[in-house]
Design a protein around this ligand. Structure first.
Ligand SMILES: [Cu+2]
Length: 265
């Protein structure tokens, strides 16, 4: 239905609703545009100078327009309170239970995305500002914490399993960034000092998208969607959506690699 808008390919379960909303907004705006345009043209003709050589000093006497405007305000309040707020709450606040979903912490910084998985135990390890090192430990993860032993961190690479809810716990180390993946129809600001959960279900693997688009290089991209500094243009990361088995294998490999590194720590 929304092909005519030229939106990016769709790869999440809720994205169709967002597209339908964008489509309807365009239709309503078109109706408004034509309506107001016609009214403007009518006024140009109706109140032309040849027909109205002298201005009317009394103006409009009836209260029809005041009542109309009150009516519009009431309808808009009903739309906002009755529809928009409940629909938005359902989309944003009904976060799937943590045991069904994959939780991943994504922390923006100038100018990169740090990704942190809890590993096999499902518990995010302790982080400490004192351990933070931009090169070797950008999240300040305390590897001595038992819960941190199997944690996996990556830079600018987000791996996700297909058809499983993902909860991204979005954070920022410095300024406001924005986590935007157009194909998932997801966009959320990352605010320093806050952890903001967002959730979605990716439903097309990267491999499948490559076949669909006929582009063997296709990659889902996290584009920082807030101008966050001079390096904003290069603040991009890649999302790889895999089958559940492929994802598990990737995760196991990462945990094994962390364990190997542990010997040197
Ligand atoms: Cu940014």
């Amino acid at each position: 239905m929304t092909q005519w808008l030229g939106l990016p390919a769709l790869a999440s379960t809720h994205g169709g609703q967002i597209d339908a909303l964008i489509g309807w907004i365009h239709v309503f705006m078109l109706i408004l545009f034509v309506g107001w345009g016609a009214f403007f043209a009518y006024c140009l003709v109706r109140f032309r100078q040849t027909r109205n050589p002298v201005a009317s000093y009394a103006g409009v006497k009836s209260h029809a327009s005041s009542y109309l405007e009150i009516g519009v305000a009431v309808i808009e309040a009903v739309l906002l309170v009755g529809f928009s707020i409940p629909l938005w709450a359902a989309r944003v606040d009904d976060i799937p239970p943590a045991n069904e979903a994959l939780q991943v912490q994504v922390t923006g910084e100038q100018f990169a995305w740090n990704v942190h998985y809890a590993g096999a135990d499902g518990i995010f390890g302790r982080t400490d500002l004192k351990l933070l090192d931009l090169q070797s430990n950008p999240l300040g993860l305390d590897r001595d914490d038992p819960a941190a032993k199997d944690d996996v961190t990556t830079l600018n690479q987000l791996y996700l399993p297909v058809n499983r809810p993902v909860i991204v716990r979005l954070r920022s180390k410095d300024v406001i960034h924005s986590f935007g993946v157009p194909e998932f129809r997801v966009k959320q600001d990352a605010i320093p000092g806050l952890t903001i959960p967002i959730w979605f279900v990716p439903n097309v693997t990267t491999a499948e998208m490559r076949t669909r688009t006929g582009n063997p290089q296709f990659q889902y991209e996290i584009a920082c969607a807030q101008l966050c500094g001079l390096g904003h243009y290069r603040m991009r990361a890649f999302v790889t959506v895999q089958t559940a088995e492929e994802f598990q294998k990737w995760m196991d490999d990462q945990i094994a690699a962390e364990a190997d590194l542990d010997v040197f720590r």
